[in-house]
Design a protein around this ligand. Structure first.
Ligand code: GLN
Ligand code: ZN
Length: 756
């Protein structure tokens, strides 16, 4: 049985690419040094896959920042603003990814968006009327040659033209139809090059096919590929899909001249049904995504083998594959030295997934596989008892009543009470929570982790950071303060580490965007809060100031969405368990005198089902209640905030309002402000703080810029309802740019207040 990988993590076993890139950004290493690190990583990853016997090993899945940005460059579609800086190729690329401020000019980064239902982010292509799409790069061809030089014959992977066109923003009067021919021609040119190189298979990723598509969309997809595939020559073309099923286009897809079709059998609820209804063409290879590319649990060989055998009813030519790129799981379990065996035996990260593929390809071809050693060892894990239950927590969730999700006093009435108590005046300024994670802040945590300093010393240092942070905010003149989150490595991992039922890893990093990686904790058993988690820090911070200091928590949906979830109970069950734990924390903060409590739901939208018909019935029906469960027990005078990264919740504005928070802040500077129209149209009740500047970039925004954003916001939002804040936490920023940016923010607020 042949096997295929859709993509492999690229940052490296020890995040080598991240560290090298960051050094490069700080101008500490040369382009050549960065390229050397990248090349070594590619080599290592190819060799690894080759020794696991993977038949179709991907190349060009590597990226210095993002694969869609790579395609944008490859298609000559990088906006002129970046090209005109006159930087070299690498720096032009990074300017588009991160923004640029320096001698050559001042440009913002391209917008960044979440990649389907993952926590990976892509850079949004922008197409202008004068954009001329044509093949203009060398990356996929060069990487193929590079692999060939070490005797690895790869399958180049490129995001397909349809997904590119659908994800692009159209900045002029031209629309998608105006670019389709150019894109088709560019992909034909790409195939020509692969033909010259003698490439056997190429993979075009078209994940957009798993989203709701109109008939016009499907027609456009079909006409694009009819053109492209007419020129494929000797190269075999794999159409790769993932993150769901392709119910809107399956019939058209199987009629096109692809040589292979990659389908997701894990997230694709209707994939099997599609095969059942429409069959699978005998002249094509079925790339069956049967091994989880998104979660870290071992595959159950019995289930996988039965699934693959069942697929034999539809095709005689099956390649087993992961459900999506392994980009979304950590590199290897070998990095984990402190996970006990009774825990780690359940897991398979990227490298271990390769081993599973290897074993499965051998087992599937063997008669009597059920007696084989590898099979038996695997099945032992699934038959053994696992101690992880907490009966009390289960009972608490089971006995939740309607009243547990409702605050006694309605929001409109709470508002008057809170205004009276907090006395903030119009247009209060605040931040989202974290302050820059300086070297000292990070060292404090790592020293404590290594046992170099005691808990008491650690806490003393944290107090020092909190004091600095409060002093700085007082000096800047912000109205509602934060403690700065210097005790947190990550907003989810921190809570995971403090909740029973979680296990956490040392080096299980997953790329979130560019050089940013996150280390999602793993929900291993039932969740319970054993002790107060944040009260100590918040109480201390509040003791230093007369201004309100926000208590800062992460909400249950975000904790869940940024963790690796269990596969044996429902998401709803997990969300309510976490909701109960956060509720206890909220009540303790209130008890300790904290007047404003922010419960971040940064990732609320992330796992919104890709298919609209499932939004209400399979997600929002438990996600919104899980949030309400956290704060329904507080007194009316306690103000509850929430924060969401990315403002694109136009379509669920009513649900967001229904979270019943008093204030919400959200990202708004990198995406269009259409959200504000949606808020107005829906008579949004929650007070809002649309972020006035982008914290994902080191660029310092001027006060004038922020004044303009605020003026615009005030045309749609009542001044009584508006807050002023950056669009996310400041942890990834440097101190200097943070001070300057916040000083400008406060100045902008004053200018606006004076004008009112
Ligand atoms: N309070 C968190 C912080 O400021 C929120 C981060 C986020 O939304 N991603 O870091
Ligand atoms: Zn955010």
């Amino acid at each position: 049985m042949n096997s295929s990988l859709i993509g492999f993590p690229r940052v490296g076993k020890g995040r080598e690419l991240k560290f090298a890139s960051e050094k490069y950004f700080r101008k500490e290493i040369s382009t050549e040094a960065l390229e050397k690190v990248a090349k070594d990583l590619r080599k290592e990853h190819w060799n690894l896959q080759q020794s696991a016997g993977i038949t179709h090993i991907p190349s060009n899945d590597f990226s210095y920042y993002d694969n869609l940005l790579d395609v944008t460059v490859l298609l000559n579609a990088l906006p002129n603003g970046y090209k005109q800086l006159g930087l070299n190729e690498r720096d032009t690329y990074f300017a588009a990814a991160r923004g640029y401020q320096g001698e050559a000019g001042d440009v913002k980064a391209l917008a960044m968006k979440k990649w389907f239902n993952t926590n990976y982010h892509y850079l949004v292509p922008e197409l202008f009327d004068d954009t001329e799409i044509k093949l203009a790069g060398d990356k996929p061809f060069a990487e193929y040659e590079e692999a060939k030089e070490i005797d690895v014959l790869t399958k180049p992977v490129i995001i397909g033209g349809f997904t590119f066109l659908k994800l692009a923003k159209y900045k002029g009067s031209k629309t998608i139809d105006d670019f389709t021919d150019q894109v088709a021609n560019a992909y034909i040119a790409i195939l020509d090059r692969f033909n010259e190189q003698g490439v056997a298979w190429v993979q075009f990723d078209e994940p957009i096919l798993v989203t709701d598509l109109s008939e016009e969309d499907v027609a456009l997809f079909a006409s694009l590929y009819e053109k492209v595939l007419a020129h494929k020559g000797n190269v075999k073309v794999l159409l790769q899909t993932y993150f769901g099923d392709i119910r809107d286009s399956y019939e058209e897809v199987i009629g096109l001249d692809f040589d292979g079709i990659g389908l997701d059998f894990l997230e694709g609820k209707q994939t099997v049904e599609l095969l059942e209804t429409y069959g699978f063409p005998a002249d094509k290879t079925l790339f069956a995504g049967v091994l989880n590319g998104k979660n870290i649990w071992k595959s159950d060989y019995k289930k996988v083998i039965e699934l693959v055998k069942g697929l034999g009813n539809y095709s005689n030519d099956i390649v087993i594959s992961t459900s999506c790129s392994l980009l979304h799981v950590p590199y290897t379990l070998e990095n984990e030295t402190s996970l006990p065996e009774e825990v780690s035996q359940y897991f398979a990260f990227a490298k271990e997934r390769l081993q599973e593929i290897k074993e499965l390809t051998e087992l599937i071809g063997t008669s009597g596989y059920e007696e084989q050693e590898n099979y038996l060892v695997n099945q032992q894990v699934f038959s053994a008892d696992r101690v992880y239950e907490d009966k009390q927590v289960q009972a608490a969730v089971a006995s939740l009543a309607k009243s547990d999700f409702v605050r006694d006093v309605p929001r409109k009435e709470r508002r008057a009470i809170q205004k009276e108590r907090l006395r903030l005046g119009l247009l209060p300024t605040t931040t989202i929570g974290s302050f820059p994670q300086t070297k000292e802040v990070k060292q404090n945590r790592s020293k404590y982790r290594k046992g170099d300093i005691s808990r008491a010393e650690y806490d003393e240092n944290i107090k020092g950071f909190i004091k600095e942070c409060i002093d700085l905010q007082e000096e800047l003149g912000l109205d509602v303060l934060v403690h700065g989150e210097s005790e947190r490595n990550d907003m989810v991992e921190f809570f995971g580490e403090n909740l029973a039922g979680y296990v956490f890893t040392e080096k299980a990093w997953v790329q979130s965007y560019g050089t940013r990686c996150v280390k999602p904790p793993i929900i291993f058993g039932d969740i319970r809060r054993e002790n107060p988690i944040t009260v100590f820090y918040s109480e201390y911070a509040q003791s230093l100031s007369d201004k309100p200091v926000k208590g800062m928590l992460t909400g249950p949906v975000t904790i869940l969405n940024w963790s690796f979830p269990r596969e044996d109970i429902s998401l709803r069950e997990m969300a309510f368990q976490i909701g109960l734990a956060i509720r206890e924390e909220v009540l303790d903060l209130e008890e300790a005198g904290i007047k404003i409590i922010q419960i971040d739901e940064a990732a609320l939208k992330e796992k919104l089902p890709i298919r609209r018909e499932e939004w209400a019935s399979e997600y929002l029906d438990w996600a919104i209640p899980a949030f309400r469960l956290c704060h329904s027990g507080v007194r009316p005078e306690t103000q509850v905030h929430t924060h969401m990264c990315y403002s694109e919740f136009e379509e669920i504005v009513k649900d967001i309002d229904n979270m019943d928070a008093d204030v919400i802040s959200f990202e708004a500077s990198r995406s269009k402000l259409t959200i504000i129209d949606a808020l107005k149209a829906n008579q949004f009740e929650t007070e809002v703080g649309p972020g006035v500047y982008d914290i994902h970039s080191p660029r310092v925004p001027s006060a004038e810029e922020m004044v303009a954003v605020l003026k615009n916001a005030l045309t749609k939002i009542d001044e009584e309802n508006l807050w002023i804040n950056p669009d996310c936490g400041l942890k990834t920023r440097g101190i200097k740019e943070t001070k300057e940016s916040l000083a400008n923010l406060v100045a902008a607020a004053q200018i606006i207040k004076d004008a009112i």
